[in-house]
Ligand binder design. Sequence first.
Ligand code: HEM
Ligand SMILES: [Cu+2]
Length: 550
Amino acid sequence: MMKMESKVAPLDAKLSMAHIYVAFIALALGGTAGLLQTLVRSGQFQLPAGIGYYQLLTVHGVLLGLVLTTFFIVGFLFAGLSKTSGTLSDKVRRSGWIGFWLMTFGTSLTASAILTGKASVLYTFYAPLMAHPTFYIGLALVVVGSWVSGIAMFIHFAKWKKQHPGKASPLLSYMAIATMILWLIATLGVAATVLIQYIPWSLGFVDTIDVLISRTLFWYFGHPLVYFWLLPAYMAWYVIIPKIIGGKIFSDSLARLSFVLFLLFSIPVGFHHQLTEPGIAPSWKYLQVILTFLVIIPSLMTAFSMFATFEMYGRSKGATGLFGWFRKLPWGDARFFAPFMGMLIFIPAGAGGIINASHQLNQVVHNTIWVTGHFHLTVATTVLLTFFGIAYWLIPHLTGRIMTKAMNKLAIVQTIVWVIGMTFMSSAMHFAGLLGAPRRSSFSTYGDSAQALDWIPYQVAQAVGGSILFIGIILIIVIVTNLAFFAPKGETEFPIGEVEEAAEKTPMILENWKLWVGIIVVLILVAYTVPFIEMIQHAPPGSKGFNHLL
Ligand code: HEM
Ligand SMILES: [Cu+2]
């Protein structure tokens, strides 16, 4: 097929790169904040110039959790759609740019509120902490911008479908659309709370806010948010990695089915973040925890599929014995090595996630720095190392350059540095959390209490890890800058895997989005309607805003 060999058209490449630049600027700034946080929490360092700890942590959470991820993902999805479903039409591309500028303008509004000290409310912005209205308005613009881009992607995909009736869509495009459907459904919750609750309240149109409802709408969004981060990483694992190692995609149908299951099981489960919250009956928490655990099924399907691809490839290269194939993998190729280390870290990360989601065990770790340790393994390692692995071929593909051997070596070093730094920082966070150390708090010995003194060695280890990670940040910025501006000109492949010949044909029911979206809506209604009505009927008095500037 000619299309498969094509390049992303230059105009589409520009759109995609614009997103990627913002993402890596966010990484550089957010990573610096992260380093400072670990230094503060070691007890050896104080923030200069009146910068507050919460202010710093808000910068870190918003830039890395929200800006880096969303921009990188939208950029990657546009590139993937352009590559596998054809060049974007002018209209679709223009909508992509409108989306980009809305998101960028929104980010700068939110950032100015945080930097001027008027929005130290952390990236979850829990009420009744109240920020300056521009913080929420900026966030709303980021969401609306992402919708404009998302809808443009749907239009592009619908056009492909129309031109290819009865055919299974390109796998990468299918996955991009699944990811965007997840994002659109999930962001309805955060948009509702920001537009209906936070903005009128912060502008002073209403006096009080219903805290439980705001938190419920936030977590209706907050959990699928993590799948919005993960699915693009899975896109790379399922479709890109097989090509990079020279193997085949194990099964197209299994890949699509796992995406559908992720979509179904990642939305109606927000209560697992609210297990300690009053006002939600235990039976509804129980239901949502069960739905949470169902996500283990597509996760294990993904793991199985990846290792099947690796083993099939190794054996085709003559590997023998149970694990002989392991040595045949291209360890020297950063495009493979970085995501592979991400997959490896996902094993302990996923195990930690099962602990978090279990009601009883959650009581032990809730709001401790264990949780922070957990998501630095998932999003800041598994997802991020995979995104780095994508950047190593996507950026040179889009800018018409090649990654030199030297840069590839540096990228291998970057991966190792990241894994070592994260092992220090994240392990220390997990252990300190088990000893009761709270997350989201500056350094304190709590009046020299024995328990708090026990945490200090771990906090020093966090700072050691944080410093190593910061070297990793410098390295990735050097590599990305090189790939975008200085690397030698040339052609870089956009790797798209092919399906194993023996694989079953893809059933068309997997393309039936009306059906899947219908099932998601039903699941959401089952999981949320009754508890939500109860929250409204038995609502406590609302809360006034708390704002240290008032
Ligand atoms: C240089 C690398 C990094 C370092 C040293 C670092 C360090 C930290 C520390 C110490 C905290 C917790 C502070 C506290 O609760 O008091 C934290 C929180 C957080 N980090 Fe990182 N981090 C790094 C990279 C990342 C990356 C790459 C991401 C996301 C992709 C990320 C996302 C977050 C989020 C979402 C929070 C939670 C903020 C909150 O609780 O409001 N971090 N980080
Ligand atoms: Cu969750």
